[in-house]
Design a protein around this ligand. Sequence first.
Ligand code: TPP
Ligand code: MG
Length: 589
Amino acid sequence: MRRRGHGRPRRPHAGAQGMGGRAGPPCGGPAGGSPPGDKQGNVGRVRRISGHGGAHAVAAARRYGVTAMFTLSGGHVFPLYDAAVQADPPLRLVDVRHEQTAVFAAEATARLTRAPGLAVVTAGPGVTNSVSAVTTAWFNGAPLVLLGGRAPDYLWGKGALQELDHVPLLAPVTKRAWTEHDKRRVAASADEAFRVALTPHRGPVFCDFPLDTIYDQAEAELPEDRLPEPAPPDPGDVTRIAKLLGAARRPVLVLGSDVWLGRADEAARQAAEALRLPVIANGQARGVLPGGHELLVSRARTLAFGEADLVIVAGVPLDFRLRYGSFGPEEDPAKVVHVADAPGALAGHCPLAATAAGDLTAFFAALAAEARPAADPDWLPRLRDAARAALAADAPLLASDSVPVHPVRVYGELLKVLDDDAVVIGDGGDFVSFAGRHIEPRKPGRWLDPGPFGCLGTGLGYAAAARLAHPSAQVVLLLGDGAAGLSLMDADTLVRHRLPVVIVCGNNGAWGLEKGPMRAVYGYDVAADLRPGTRYDEVVRALGGAGEVVTSPAQVGPALRRAFASGVPYLVNVVTDVEAGYPRTTTGV
Ligand SMILES: Cc1ncc(C[n+]2csc(CCOP(=O)(O)OP(=O)(O)O)c2C)c(N)n1
Ligand SMILES: [Mg+2]
């Protein structure tokens, strides 16, 4: 049930500070001392907290393993900063240049580390600027907690600065959104926010605190109960799926991001190997079977989905990425099984032969123990051949010498220098579609695209989070020139916080993914051109990083090597061929 926090005017609390009040925030006790959550997200003992609301909220966050707070400053949330820096150890405060970057960074933290991400934004525009990123987390099932400031209760209704009831805006794109008015319940509310975000099916949670509530001193106890273990799926459901597998001649297993987020990546790999199932991996499950694995047939997707008689889809919605759950030949459609981490995540829009909902590790273990597959002996080899043929067909473009540079040549060069544990982030249109095709991660959870909400502008926030989550791994952001406009100012954040990232900009002077489709629909295009050759590398240099422009294929490799060696935020600005659009079968509408 959603709790809606329509602020009722209340009397001022003693000690509440107005915006700009000179007395400054009260200094409450720091939020240190409690152990962070363990790998399962279980939390430690109860403790008493005293201090302002910020100390209470940060104490709750730390119990769930939160180590960073992403934010953009505003007086409504100063107590949260005070608590972050006073905590022992402190939370790392990462202040950014646009709230969407803060929330994208928190979302990426959740997706990369599987601990919840925390963003803190000020009242009014701080919250409204966060909405697209929260929605991205909603679509991605990412455990994100967004804490907002809010105009004080004692002024509510009088027109205080940035007075806006945020909850109705956030409610449709969060698991829960509410206002906590009671200073004695700030810790409990923050604790609840993390608990709800982490409970499958995971997702974002929003809570805001009126200024008087968060600045005021209070005493409270954090609840001591632990997160319950996720429930296994019904054994009868697993048996039904095992039987379908026993009867299938051309089965396919599809793995999606929740396999990674639910820590079922190892169990999924073991089940696929034990049952010898061809696998197609999606989102953050890419890498569960490392690139080159004999069962990984993502590149034979058209054949696999076109001819399968059974498709088991685990940990991803049956949305536009998966043909809305319609597979196999039209005259003889495949049976479809949907497996999700919670009943609410199961598809309701397409016929399903069976479903299972619950802990995905338990599901894969039970399926591996029970199923006796009887696939056609030539099914897997056919898929493997098709995947191999697709890979072989890539070779000429990966080595293309054409000028302007073909975007695929960029990946031909990148593949030569990419480590197995690199984090690769895509923010853009065609440039990122090509990356999805040509870069096959070798580890799960290391590929970050925006997911099904498809929001441009994730790039710099995701990159900052990746560098913090994996301090010694390569972090590469693949950035369209159009996408660059939505977050490149946050290269300043990378510089100020010493977060070296290699940014490769595919600069085709266009919103390419829209240009081609508009031409296909109308025979011409408008509103799709950008200035050719814009020096996005100079933007990063001006902000204190480094970069260079690349106009010929032979320069790409050396430029990438310089970027990785630089140890600073570095943008390799590759002028690419606008005519080399990603070959699409649909307009993307
Ligand atoms: C916030 C947002 N606005 C608009 C879009 C629609 N859109 C999707 S891809 C794309 C073009 C991206 O251009 P660029 O980043 O330069 O990549 P390219 O396709 O040129 O490689 C646009 C405008 C979107 N997905 N998200
Ligand atoms: Mg472009």
